[in-house]
Design a protein around this ligand. Sequence first.
Ligand code: NAI
Length: 380
Amino acid sequence: MPQKTVYFIEGDGIGPEVWAAGRPVLDAALEKAYGKANSLDWQELLAGEKAFRETGEYLPQATLDVLSGADLAMKGPLQTPVGKGFRSLNVTLRQTFDLYACIRPIKYFNGIESPVKRPDLVDMVVFRENTEDVYAGIEYKSGTPEAKRLADFLRSELGANLDAESGIGIKPMTEKGSKRLIKRAIDFALDSGRSSVTLVHKGNIMKHTEGAFRAWGYELAEQEYADKLVREGEGNGPVVIKDRIADAMFQECLMRPEQYSVIATTNLNGDYISDALAAQVGGLGLAPGVNMGDRLAFFEPTHGTAPTIAGKDMANPGSLVLSGAMMLEHLGWNEAADLIHASVEKTIAAKKVTVDLAAQIPGAQQVGCKEFGEILMANL
Ligand code: NAI
């Protein structure tokens, strides 16, 4: 009887509520799909405010130790404690476990009011590089000795034309970092029968970082997938690999979304584009996600701790439930994931939803977090 251990972190703010409403939906979907044959063994790990209350630390070593041997985990949102020099727990987790691929599927649920005419044409999965690019945190404030020294070096040693008083940020991108992300996107497209992989970059301007990302992507396609991928305009194949400049891609997402399926992109582009696509289909309320390394897959709803509604039974557990469905697909338990997707569709069509969705569904009746979870369960 396959039982899979999932380590979970409840999270701060609305975290405990969305877990309490959402986790039973995941267990019920498994039971409905497989009886007792497939199940999850949920093991809690401490992080965030709860960890601080119980251990005096926000990210206890015991949590890191368990995660370093784990392959499956799921977390609620973690607040970044306000305090000088405190690192974001999310960033720490991503860096500690080298969770280099942030994967966000974006598709439309019927009935939700969207700002565009045909949100139903969006069905994309964004693979965003998670460890490099301007997110590397190598930045120097204008006027500091570090910034001046670096500006001096760039000007005198390398002949760079920049103002000596510049604030300076560094954008490192490597072949290894780019290729492992693009490889994941290609493998996903092939395994799931998707029609294309689009490399999204700003290589016309940043030739040796964004442009290199594009070049490494095509090189990987030629070296490892020559028999499986065709380049756009070079014949017909089951999966096409193409590229778009980031600014043009934002237009494409609005004008011709049906021509795009899997997106592989750099860290900052990926941040923008996944939120823009989520807005196009009606907001972040139902957006699931995962941060993956070579071993650990760490699933999480994409929203934050929503402090203003925390503890008020108002939060939408949908993003957590859909992140759980992604995890079930990752395990190959697609039948249970399909039940969850169908239930979310049915629940939205019936218009009994949490406040965030009610604002986007004409004629909807508002229910609480707990009740929404119960409705999702009943509609499985
Ligand atoms: P947020 O996502 O918490 O809130 C943005 C807006 O969306 C608010 O109006 C909130 O009420 C609403 N909202 C979010 N999730 C909702 C849900 N499930 N149901 C109904 N409404 C929902 O983003 P914000 O305000 O920027 O961040 C708050 C805290 O969360 C910060 O400390 C931030 O660092 C943290 N955060 C953590 C993330 C994570 O753990 N992955 C991701 C984003 C933010």
